[in-house]
Design a protein around this ligand. Structure first.
Ligand code: PLP
Length: 262
């Protein structure tokens, strides 16, 4: 059986982000995605209209059902939606339900790329303090990185999070500028251990953050080390974004949907 990545993420009915992005991206990496659904969102490819979270008891039961059955070799989290769901995930690590040493990619989703709310930002940031040290890697966008660290400079933010026990932070400058190449750097123990320059593509991609984080988790489940997993995911995401579906060709600012099975 392929190694399993257990994802904790929300349902996006448009299929661009959330648990469908996880399933497709992890499948494309060569692993199997199992998904514990954290919330049902109401959104289209362009904007979020609302969401209803599942209870932390129901989320825990979903997670345990998978953990007790399938060969879970990595964990990925995306939208968790509530403080209770974040606390419950921390408990799965603390009580050993998730085996010690299992790679964990944490995408600290606070708001959608379109700007729509996916939870109460300030309370989620506080709750993340307990979960972050369990992560092998966190993949925040720049808004999330600054919110988590409470600082402005991206390098200071990454170092501050390393100081607070976050093992590795992948920083991408994509949201800070609208032109020019995107810089990406990986901080481990307060030091940059990997950098890359990524071509900026035209348009906004719905679910690109979810897709990248999931693909990295898929590669970690297959046994890659962190830098190699990130390199594979970068190469793959560029291909999926270059071939993205265009739901509204008439609207110049419309979001695009990555084509993940390529
Ligand atoms: N998870 C869910 C359920 C979402 O709906 C979204 C955004 O709409 C995200 C995560 C984050 O998406 P992105 O990868 O665009 O940051």
């Amino acid at each position: 059986m392929r190694p399993t990545v257990l994802c904790f993420s929300g349902l996006d009915p448009s299929g661009g982000a959330g648990l469908q992005a996880d399933i497709e991206s992890i499948g494309a990496a060569g692993a199997h995605a199992a998904v514990a659904c954290t919330a049902i969102t109401v959104q289209d490819s362009q904007q979020v209209f609302g969401f209803e979270p599942v209870s932390s008891e129901l989320l825990r039961a979903q997670g345990l059902a998978v953990l007790n059955d399938l060969p879970v070799k990595a964990i990925k989290s995306g939208m968790l939606g509530t403080v209770e769901n974040i606390a419950m995930m921390s408990e799965l690590f603390d009580d050993g339900s998730i085996a010690h040493g299992t790679p964990f990619v944490l995408d600290p989703v606070l708001v959608a790329n379109s700007g729509g709310s996916l939870g109460d930002k300030d309370t989620l940031v506080k709750a993340f303090a307990r979960l972050l040290p369990h992560a092998t890697l966190i993949t925040p966008n720049t808004h999330e990185l600054r919110a988590l660290a409470g600082l402005d400079d991206l390098h200071d933010c990454a170092k501050a999070l390393n100081d607070k026990g976050v093992k590795a932070v992948l920083v991408k400058t994509s949201h800070d500028f609208t032109t020019g190449d995107i810089e990406q750097f990986l901080y481990v123990d307060g030091q940059i251990v990997h950098t890359s320059i990524i071509e900026r593509l035209d348009g906004e991609f719905h679910g690109s953050g979810c897709s990248l984080a999931s693909h990295i988790a898929g590669r970690l489940a297959l046994g890659d080390d962190l830098v190699s997993a990130i390199k594979h995911a970068d190469e793959w995401i560029m291909r999926t974004l270059k071939n993205a579906d265009v739901p509204h060709p008439d609207k110049p600012t419309a979001q695009l949907i990555p084509k993940r099975f390529l």
